[in-house]
Design a binder for this molecule. Structure first.
Ligand code: NAD
Ligand code: UDP
Length: 340
């Protein structure tokens, strides 16, 4: 019998790509999502891509009763925990919603797991837990720092909770995956990132400018001490990220305890480099203007990915132009996201 995996947040951007990778690798996947930031249409697309459909429960991670029912029905080997609210700006406006959804929801999930004797967990963390390091590239042994938003605080708090949990009970086997900047989409153009309203992140914004839905991109700050003055980030293809989860799943099935891995490429690109690569990949112009820095942004951030390479046998394979071309294919084929 194939291993059963629970994917919380599995209809979302990263969760849907990882669900495909899991189904293609032969796992039996159960998706749990409350659809607050995603669409069931992603499940139809997943089925079109891999000829299999995951089981789906529209449920909330804060709903202990619903969790207990799902855990009673299956014998999960592991949980991949993507569910959470992720808009940095919104988290500043609505901190209690973020703490309640992300932290309380995660605690409820971990309690349900423990009761069901499921102790293998992969958690979606973020490079934001490093704060503003003075040195690049960022290694996993760098200290964590007070994040600049309630969203970031939820990630750091959940990491702390999981470390305490693993200390209290050695059955837990946990991967904290610190993502850098996930971009791109499945090469089929059938699934991708579908933000509600005005995008916060660079790639969805650029894509909507290129398709003519938005007028121009505002580049937040041209006066950083970076080669061209704009912010530098480590953009990683979402399918490489998905593959990283499969490698982490294997690692936690072999050893207990908590381990941390950066999932990044190790290469930093500036906002202007991204704009130009996107124009090249899409053949569309991306008009932009330089404006003031966005509060809370750091100048540069890129990963040292060597720990994941040596311990997980994982490295990102897809380059910048492929990331841009895949983002564009998704945008061009689905101008209204999953509504189109
Ligand atoms: P997403 O919003 O596309 O996916 C998250 C999913 O969780 C959505 O489908 C949403 O409906 C669901 N969800 C939210 N709250 C829930 C709840 N209480 N119960 C059940 N389902 C709930 O986001 P994503 O980009 O796929 O991110 C996945 C995870 O990775 C998140 O935890 C996010 O914080 C983390 N992460 C994302 C990025 C990024 O840039 N995309 C970077 C670092 C970390
Ligand atoms: N950025 C920008 N304009 C936008 C959105 C983002 O110039 O409309 C910049 C941002 O300042 C950062 C980079 O693009 O340097 C990546 O930002 P994003 O919000 O995608 O991810 P972050 O690194 O903040 O998590």
């Amino acid at each position: 019998m194939s291993e059963q995996i629970l994917v919380t947040g599995g209809t979302g951007y990263i969760g849907s790509h990882t669900t495909i990778a899991l189904l293609e690798a032969g796992f039996e996947v159960v998706v749990l999502d409350n659809l607050c930031n995603s669409s069931v249409e992603s499940l139809n697309r997943i089925e079109r891509i891999c000829g299999k459909r995951p089981k789906f429960y529209q449920a909330d991670i804060r709903d202990r009763k619903a969790l207990d029912q799902i855990f009673a029905e299956y014998q999960f080997n592991s949980v991949l925990h993507f569910a959470g609210l992720k808009a940095v700006g919104e988290s500043v406006q609505k901190p209690l919603d973020y703490y309640e959804n992300n932290i309380s929801g995660s605690i409820t999930l971990f309690q349900a797991m423990a009761q069901a004797n499921v102790f293998n967990l992969v958690f979606s963390s973020s490079a934001t837990v490093y704060g503003a390091p003075t040195e690049m590239p960022i290694r996993e042994d760098f200290p964590t720092a007070a994040p600049t938003s309630p969203y970031g605080s939820t990630k750091l708090t959940i990491e702390v909770i999981l470390k305490d949990l693993a200390k209290s009970d050695q059955q837990w086997s946990i991967a904290l995956l610190r993502y850098f900047n996930p971009v791109g989409a499945h090469q089929s153009g059938l699934i991708g990132e579908a933000p509600n309203g005005l995008p916060n992140n660079l790639l969805p914004y650029i894509s909507q400018v290129a398709i003519g839905k938005l007028h121009e991109l505002s580049v937040f700050g041209g006066d950083y001490s970076t080669p061209d003055g704009t912010g530098v980030r480590d953009y990683i293809h979402v399918q490489d990220l998905a593959d990283g989860h499969l490698c982490a799943l294997k690692a936690i099935s072999e050893d207990a305890g908590v381990r941390v891995w950066n999932l990044g490429t190790g290469i930093g690109y500036s906002v202007l480099e991204i704009i130009h690569a996107f124009e090249q990949a899409s053949g569309r112009p991306v008009p932009y203007k330089l404006i003031d820095r966005r509060s809370g942004d750091i100048a540069e951030c890129w990963a040292d990915p060597r720990k994941a390479a040596s311990e997980l046998g994982w490295t990102a394979k897809r380059g910048l132009i492929e990331m841009m071309a895949d983002s564009w294919r998704w945008q061009e084929n689905n101008p209204l996201g999953y509504a189109s």
